[in-house]
Design a protein around this ligand. Structure first.
Ligand code: SF4
Length: 265
């Protein structure tokens, strides 16, 4: 069994507690307009154009994005960072894309990671089969759980996915004793109204005891050049980033409701 991985990020500080090694799995069932890793959406390995220096010139070369790992090879790779994880109460974060899309690989990997004593965080968009979500639960110490919008039709428009499925899985994790950090991408003109904020609060209220924190992720245009490089349509053209004041005001809504809130993860 092999998994297709497009990046392994070491010393990650915003993907769960402590110092973490984050594994980015290829493939995602969503198509978020603001995706920062559009190169990770396609489940297969893909060829991308990469600019490299050659003498004084810059040339474009083809680079394969997405490498196949066996479970054993990946575990060996992750073991290299154990000392940093142990010293910082960190661990491993499975991200993507959507890691649970490669569920057969993940379900071979998770028991081994647990057996070896790693703290495991799953960074999920929640739009997966509930059976798969439930199967991951005995091995996950924490979920970073994205909730991208609170209106069903808007969620569908901006992500291509049903909000009801995401919320069903959120409840499943919370009701089964899972720990959750809720992650909300904040884009004022898309999901930043007071009405939407109130809907977030009413959705979280029944599962509040399972929520360790709410991470507000303000939209920024940092990934815009990827859309040019990968020749992909950027639907966020012309959509403004929030300023600090707007972001703080949005975060304050959740703070006032008693949640621990971070800005930027
Ligand atoms: S869920 Fe995450 S990886 Fe998937 S399209 Fe949305 S932002 Fe990108």
């Amino acid at each position: 069994m092999e998994g297709i991985i497009f990046d392994i990020k070491r010393f990650a500080l915003h993907d769960g507690p402590g110092i973490r090694t984050t594994v980015f799995f290829k493939g995602c069932p969503m198509r978020c307009w603001w995706c920062h890793n559009p190169e990770g959406i396609d489940p297969e390995s893909t060829l991308i154009n990469k600019e490299v220096a050659m003498g004084e010139k810059r040339i474009t070369v083809k680079q394969e994005l997405g490498k196949a790992y066996t479970v054993e090879a990946l575990v060996q790779e992750l073991e290299k960072d154990r000392v940093f994880m142990d010293e910082s109460n960190g661990g491993i974060t499975l991200s993507g894309g959507e890691p649970l899309l490669q569920h057969e690989f993940i379900m071979e990997l998770l028991p081994i990671l647990k057996q070896r004593g790693f703290h495991v965080t799953i960074d999920t968009c929640g739009y997966v089969n509930s059976v798969v979500m439930a199967a991951s639960m005995p091995f996950a110490d924490l979920y970073l759980f994205d909730i991208k919008h609170m209106n069903e039709s808007e969620h569908l428009k901006y992500t291509g996915a049903m909000l009801s499925t995401v919320l069903k899985n959120l409840r499943l994790v919370a009701d089964s004793g899972g720990r959750i950090r809720v992650r909300i991408p904040y884009i004022p003109s898309i999901n930043g109204t007071d009405e939407i904020a109130v809907k977030y609060l009413s959705t979280l209220q029944p599962i509040a005891t399972a929520v360790d924190a709410v991470d507000i992720l303000p939209y920024h245009k940092i990934a815009a050049n990827k859309y040019v490089r990968f020749n992909m349509e950027n639907k966020m053209d012309g959509i403004a980033e929030p300023d600090e004041e707007q972001t703080n005001a949005f975060a304050e809504v959740f703070r006032n409701a008693g949640y621990k809130v971070t800005i930027g993860g």
